[in-house]
Design a protein around this ligand. Sequence first.
Ligand code: G3I
Length: 366
Amino acid sequence: MPARLRPARRRLGAVALTASITAALLGAPALTASAATEGSGSSALKALAARSGLKIGTAVNTDQLGANARYDAITRDQFSSVTPENVMKWDAIEPQRGELDFAAADELVAFAKKNKQLVRGHTLVWYNQLPQWLVDIGPSLTKQQATQILRQHIRDEMGHFKGKIWQWDVVNEAFEEDGTLRNNLWLQKIGPDYIAKAFRWAHEADPKALLFYNDYNIEYGGPKQEATYALVKQLKKDRVPIDGVGFQTHLDTQYDIPDLQSTMQRFAKLGLKTAETEVDVRTTLPVTAVEQSAQKAGYSETLQACLLVKACISYTVWGFGDAYSWIPGVFPGQGAADLYDEQLVAKPLYTSVQTVLRTAKGVPRR
Ligand code: G3I
């Protein structure tokens, strides 16, 4: 699992490299707490992003929503889009076959509506977080049965939320690092055209939703990005209803910062929208000042790239509070990847994002 989100090539970024040398020379100490001033009103992130028409979003942990007033306030006041971190995944909405449970996701959609936020739906077709009943019957399914189950799932879920979701991650993480299709249940049972089929069923279920392919490590050049490019180019050629590509953007300070401006521009030339959908910048703990400067660069440069590409319609962080991040569980010894610390105090990373938004003059409106 820990290798899962690493780019194929291991490289030290210019910022991280400079930082490491400086750290070695100076023996940089671990960073002590350094709070930043959180913006409000016209200096909140969502207000600053609105100047260029960009939606700034966050993944939401619905265990916290409604139970933690500070968590609610940040979600409401700083962000213009929300993504359910887990509760729209198949295992959450259909824990028993045929018994649909949308309660947690409905609460988030209601929260978003109340606060005039858009919703990114995440995610319909994935190899992970499948309900146990499906994992159990998966190996024995015929092609026809698998096709019927997947189509029904898309109809059920998108039908339930019809008209309420701005962007849907229809297919998530279909490729391996080497650019081959991931050998998941859908490839095994339906074949490679499960992807095109899923987009067609999705469009039938909610014709107004923007339909995205979403993946990680496609921010970097290499076989996975090339395979994704070839896939979406073919889908467009075949008039499959795909609207955009989501670049998850889970960064790590030990690697380069990807050139997302030229990459997203390349995909945009195919007539697609783009989005950064799951941004965070992890580092080895405890965080040093120099590593934090690499994290700031990670957030700043990826946000600048989005602002400079007119087709990039949203920039979403994968949660905002270090206490709720998925990272320590998957990458032991790493973390501090989010804009707010464990106590939900804004960090200097927040200020970096705020500064980029504040100083983004003359970027294309979207
Ligand atoms: O819901 C169960 C709960 O019933 C049980 O008691 C508990 C015990 O561990 O586990 C709960 O499930 C956890 C689930 O999150 C909900 O909290 C899983 O163990 C845990 O593995 C799962 O992690 C999520 C992960 O996707 C699963 O792959 C993370 O929160 C979530 O941030 C992460 O998000 C993914 C995106 O969807 C796709 N891109 C990569 C990204 C990071 O891995």
